[in-house]
Design a protein around this ligand. Structure first.
Ligand code: DAH
Length: 389
């Protein structure tokens, strides 16, 4: 303990302090001692140091000020009592001020640290949330819908669970017809119910019960019949949707894929309208450089039937591996609606004519984006999907 601090254990008399000036000098000495400690306190803002300061100076039991009261004030000669009291009070007031100021400073500092901890740092790089993208098949659907909507067609959807009547019979594909062979599909134990609207079988069909098994539609063509059953011409529709076949999955096959069906029926629709529509669609979808050709084909529900080919998009028709050196690529099947189909929907075949087409969406997407494996569409691999964002 410094000399000064030893003095507080003695009385004024023992210290030889006899005048007001002596008393003031003694307190000045104490304040000098305190100055250093005060500077340190203000610098460190440490709550523990502040507590130690309080106990050693202002502590009730043995703090410096208590010792002064006991040893200097109480036993002081009457003529010095007043000055000792004054000096003591002013020293005490000073220390209490320092203490409360420091307490406030420490609290503010603590608050600021807590604030800083909770504050967002706007300079940090943000969290990048990956944006999804439209599936390439969805993009093709939308593109084809856009083209046909601009030609005055409307978009309709139909059931994926179909009756054999709509999937086959009413499309002029009777039982045991060879056209059913490549359209083998999944039959369901669930029988026809009222919730599947429409007819299970042709009204005049014989030996068939209404409890026929439902099947997953093999094409979107049934919607031709369902639409014509409900409305008289003019009809201009496209039907996007899922279709099913009993195929083993590989690069060009799947048990489920997508089609867009088209149907236009009206008075005076000719093969020219058909050809013009097809050419317009192909040049909109694949670009104006691409040429089309119609190749004779067969479908039970169209007569004549065609395959629509386009000049190969990969070699511009020069011949490459994709088009097997022919320069042409098969796009989709189409034709003029077979009058037999009108018979199933009570359209007057002498009055009305029309055309129909059925496109494979996977195939058209494949040609547009040069995709070589059909399975890629369904594997949900983001490295594949991201390329179409
Ligand atoms: N439904 C046929 C299929 O899936 C495609 C088709 C061909 C549809 C010619 C048509 C059409 O409307 O006229 O193989």
């Amino acid at each position: 303990m410094s000399e000064t601090f030893q003095k507080i254990e003695k009385t004024l008399h023992q210290l030889g302090v006899g005048s007001n000036d002596d008393v003031s000098a003694l307190f000045a000495e104490l304040r000098e001692q305190f100055k250093e400690q005060e500077a340190l306190l203000r610098k460190e803002n440490d709550p523990v140091n502040l507590q130690i300061f309080w106990t050693s100076w202002l502590g009730r039991k043995s703090g410096v000020l208590t010792r002064i009261t006991e040893n200097w004030l109480k036993p002081s000669p009457p003529e010095l009592k007043r000055i000792v009291g004054q000096e003591l009070n002013s020293l005490k007031a000073h220390m209490e001020t320092v203490h409360s100021e420091q307490l406030a400073a420490i609290e503010t500092a603590a608050e600021q640290t807590a604030l800083a901890r909770g504050r967002e740092d706007l300079s940090l790089p943000g969290v990048v949330r990956p944006l999804g993208s439209r599936h390439p098949l969805r993009q093709t659907f939308e593109e084809i819908e856009r083209i046909f909507l601009s030609l005055g067609y409307s978009v309709v959807a139909g059931p994926e669970m179909e009756t054999p009547y709509y999937n086959f019979e009413a499309l002029n594909i009777p039982e045991h017809h060879p056209a059913r062979d490549n359209m083998d599909t999944f039959y369901m134990a669930a029988p026809f119910t009222e919730s599947i609207q429409g007819k299970p079988f042709a009204e005049n069909a014989q030996g068939k019960s209404a409890a026929a098994p439902l099947l997953l539609r093999t094409h979107t063509s049934p919607m031709q019949v369902r639409t014509m059953e409900k409305q008289q011409p003019p009809v201009r529709i496209i039907v996007p949707g899922k279709v099913y076949r009993r195929d083993n999955p590989d690069a060009t096959h799947g048990f489920m894929f997508h089609q867009i069906e088209g149907l236009a029926v009206d008075t005076d629709i000719t093969f020219c309208d058909f050809k013009g529509t097809v050419e317009y669609f192909v040049s909109e979808f694949l670009g104006p450089k691409v040429k089309t050709r119609l190749r004779p084909s067969y479908f039970p529900f169209t007569e004549p039937s065609v395959e629509v080919d386009a000049t190969c998009v990969f070699c511009d028709g020069k011949g490459c591996n994709v088009c097997k050196q022919s320069g042409w690529i098969e796009l989709f099947g189409a034709g003029m609606v077979d009058p037999a189909v009108y018979g199933f929907v009570n359209y007057d075949a002498k009055k009305y004519s029309g055309f129909a087409f059925g496109m494979g969406v996977e195939r058209l997407t494949q040609l547009k984006y040069n995709i070589n494996d059909l399975q890629l569409y369904f594997q949900n691999d983001v490295r594949f999907l991201r390329q179409f964002a």
